[in-house]
Design a protein around this ligand. Structure first.
Ligand code: ZN
Length: 488
């Protein structure tokens, strides 16, 4: 901390009516030696924001209406177009300023039908879904012997002769439920890389065990890496976990297993969709932006309630609550509801390109894209000199039972294009224990959202957004992250 920033930091701290770092219990009382003292203005404001968030149902109503009135909204679909119109109207109605849309070119993949069947040794039908971006099978389907592998790396170790003509089945083992969602990034690799790895080795199709924790007989979709321009375009599908168990048990019998797969997705020409933006304009530094992001698109199977209707609802409601305060914070809160996160981050990339000139005015960014569970952890990505500030902010979040998680905020996928501009990030981590039971499946529907949990998340986002937007001084730029850590 330089002398100057130290002085400014102290000034900020003293505005909170708190002394030095002895802040552990400031929320519940006033000055340390006078617990009954009138709380400082900031404390009062945060308290008011939190209680209004916890009592209000604005986020739940938002995601209810989005899922009921629009429903699924995958990139390029009629639902995608309807969602943009819906979000523009909703932000207007909620009193946001500068409500507008910005064009984004998005891919347009259509799912079609999916059928699968074990033909031998014990014939049985199975439930599966096409992986996003998969090519179709030839008309009438494809039939071949199944070759089981544990991982993409294990496949790469095989001789192409062993793979040629086979349906490669990735049986990576079921991931465990975890609050952090740990395990997903590994279990998702066959979905992303399976077809483009197995195809050039001569495989005719790819099956994966669904990259989710549900044991319902439903498949888990998600995007795969695009086929190479001149490479083979083999189809790829995800088996429900119970059907993956059955296929594995048949393979365990030692008999050759034959499988039939028929998929009919289509790749249509790219279309124009839109990012939707609305602002709570800052009272002193309107050009400085605290960015709050959710993605408006969803997969097509469910109604996109937890992914990411919830995130859109949380950031919108949090910003709206701040906008309702007696006076706006110093800086502008910009709500950005992105197009096509799921199938290539098109909206986030378009935003970073279109707003490159004002990236240095983005003082901080946060994203909600991990469901509607309670927020349990707060993390920052700030330069060293600003770490004390993160500690102070955390004290305001403690009444919401949020832990401090250090300075390794990752941002969500849609914040990744902002990393190269060293925009400071904040993570408010939702409890994701059940997230991968529903995410990217037919079960991503409104009933999975608990009104109390989403309200707690709104309280956390509103607190953070208000405090950061109202700082006297900015946060500086975030540290440069090593390349290897940029991916989620
Ligand atoms: Zn998402």
């Amino acid at each position: 901390m330089t002398k100057n920033s130290e002085v400014r930091f102290r000034a900020w701290v003293s505005r909170l009516g708190i002394a030095g770092l002895c802040l552990g219990a400031f929320w519940a009382r006033g000055e340390e030696n006078d617990p009954k003292a009138v709380p400082s203005e900031i404390q009062k404001t945060v308290s008011e924001l939190q209680s209004r968030a916890l009592e209000g149902g604005g986020a739940y109503e938002f995601v209810r209406d989005l899922t009921v009135q629009v429903g699924p909204r995958s990139a390029g679909s009629a639902g995608d177009r309807a969602a943009v119109e819906w979000a523009l109207a909703r932000l207007q109605a909620l009193g946001f300023e500068n409500v507008h849309r910005e064009p984004v070119t998005v891919p347009h993949w259509v799912r079609g039908e999916a059928r699968g069947r074990i033909l031998a040794p014990y014939p049985q039908g199975v439930v599966l879904v096409a992986i996003g971006g998969s090519a179709s099978t030839p008309p009438g389907g494809v039939e071949a012997e199944v070759l089981r592998v544990e991982s993409v790396a294990a496949l790469e170790d095989l001789d192409p002769d062993q793979v040629a003509g086979k349906i490669v089945y990735f049986d990576g083992g079921m991931m465990e439920r975890a609050r952090t969602g740990a395990g997903y990034s590994k279990s998702v690799l066959p979905r992303i890389l399976g077809a483009t790895t197995a195809g050039p080795m001569g495989a005719v199709a790819v099956l994966i065990r669904s990259a989710g924790t549900s044991n319902d007989r439903i498949g888990h979709t998600g995007a795969m890496r695009s086929y190479a321009e001149d490479g083979p375009r083999i189809p790829a599908a995800a088996l429900s976990n119970p059907d993956a168990d059955m296929l594995s048990a048949q393979l365990d019998s030692g008999e050759p297993v034959r499988f039939f797969l028929e998929l009919s997705p289509r790749d249509l020409p790219p279309v124009t969709s839109f990012n939707v933006i609305g602002e709570i304009v800052g009272r002193e530094k309107p050009e400085e932006i605290v960015l709050m992001v959710g993605h408006l698109d969803s997969w097509d199977l469910g109604t996109g309630a937890i992914d990411d209707g919830a995130g859109c609802a949380i950031v919108t409601e949090a910003a709206r609550l701040v906008g309702e305060l007696e006076q706006h914070p110093r800086r502008t809160l910009r709500v950005l509801l992105t197009a096509n996160e799921e199938f290539g981050l098109s909206g986030a990339r378009a935003y970073a390109a279109a707003h490159e000139d004002e990236m240095n005015l983005h003082v901080a960014a946060m994203e909600s894209d991990f469901g509607a569970g309670r927020v349990w952890q707060f993390r920052s990505l700030l330069r060293e000199g600003a770490l004390g500030l993160a500690e102070e902010i955390h004290h305001f979040l403690e009444p919401l039972e949020i832990e401090a998680g250090g300075n390794e905020a990752r941002g969500g996928a849609d914040l990744s294009p902002l990393r190269e501009f060293n925009v400071p990030f904040f993570d408010l981590s939702h409890d994701g224990t059940l997230y991968f039971d529903y995410h990217h499946t037919v079960n991503d529907t409104l009933d999975k959202i608990e009104p109390e949990s989403i309200a707690q998340a709104v309280a956390a986002y509103a607190t953070l957004a208000y405090l950061v937007a109202d700082l006297e001084e900015g946060l500086g730029r975030a540290p440069v992250q090593p390349e290897g850590e940029r991916r989620r």
